[in-house]
Design a protein around this ligand. Sequence first.
Ligand code: UD1
Ligand code: CA
Length: 458
Amino acid sequence: MTTINYVILAAGKGTRMRSAKPKVLHKLAGRSMLHHVVAAVDALGDSKKIIVTGHGAALVEEKFEKSDTLFVQQKEQLGTAHAVQMALPAICDDAVVVVLYGDVPLILPATIKRLLQVVGNKSIGLLTIALDDPEGYGRIVRNSVGAITSIVEQKDASIEQLNINEINTGVLALSAKQLREWLPKIDNNNAQGEYYLTDLIALAVDDDVTVISVHPETAAEVEGVNSRLQLSQLERTFQRQLALRLMESGTTLADPARLDVRGELITGTDNFIDINCIFEGVVTMGSNVTIGPNCCITNSTIGDGVKIKANTIIEESFVGDQAIVGPFARLRPGTKLGCDTKVGNFVETKNAIVGDGSKINHLSYVGDAQLGENVNIGAGTITCNYDGVNKHKTLLGDDVFVGSNTTLVAPIQISQGGFVAAGSTVTTAVPADSLAVGRAKQRNIDGWKRPMKNNRDK
Ligand code: UD1
Ligand code: CA
């Protein structure tokens, strides 16, 4: 098997981003552009990756600590050939080398694979595409029989060459041996005074090596990001692709243009997602799930048949089968809802385990709590889990009933079947099957006269 070494160029400054952050760390669909390139490469199996960094090198390296990733620094950006030169010492002698760009994030593994297939002793692979508007790109020059003879950069091109619409995407594959031979021969005698990697093509042709062009499936795959506008356009393209795949795998989307997946959304079938929902990190969803409009779900698991109603926020939580959540509910990290549970409007939960069939339907805060099965929490119930220094637990057994407007001062335990009268402040344990009434006794005053307005003050 051939060893493949990937060289990912990421030294450029990205001036037009106007950012303190290196360009390749800007995010597309919740992950850095460089992350996308690395993920595409990783999808093809284990292989060595050499990332050429320059501007913001330390920041980039910090984000990509992985055993199979190597960083080489290009202190001065003298051109793409110079950048690859920096990686040369790290490249294995018998490897096939693929050059990729850190700011071209949507390259597909399948395309890289097809490019690799054309590499031989006497052939190299070059990824090209015909564009309606080739402005700015290096143009692919072919001879009378259609064979590639060179690449000419926009700034060095003749008027005739500027009419060529087949462009260099920058992605190429060749043997390390050939790269070692040709790279030192490249000079910077051109309009930009840079060492152009693209000059390698003419050198290959001089050595009777054939340059075989391979094309990406779509133009988006080879689109580079130079500005925030381009980043936003590519984000939309990517989201459209994601939405399409979701629909193909059995999820109905109210509007494929109004969904954002910033990470990975794993779904069963027959789910419905309404407009303006955002999924972040890894979200796993069963089947027959309904998600209302304006929901944000992050790193969570949603069971089968769950209904999540409008404007609900769920973070690092687990929602059991057939649960109903929202509208306007907020499940914070560590929430685990059992099957057939209900969490209603203006309810906030955190570190809360809620047993099967339990309900927290209105206006409550349930934190650091463990609820048994079929517990009913009345409207306006608060677990006072924090004493200003430490957090304490609230434990409620099966079939506990907590009346409305109750304050549960933790640490507190209410045993199975315990019942709390509405408006109580509960500070001591409630035994099984007993009623706790923790409020001032009502008294009525006979013949009470309402206060009167004082006329003299008028
Ligand atoms: C390059 C190609 C051009 C191609 C285009 C595709 C060359 C000479 N030209 O042009 O044919 O059509 O890409 O997008 O290769 N980089 C470094 N170090 C450097 C210079 C660049 O790491 O010294 C990195 C940049 O960060 C970027 C990539 O290489 O990721 C491309 O560099 P850029 O300056 O954008 O090249 P283009 O002029 O666009
Ligand atoms: Ca560029």
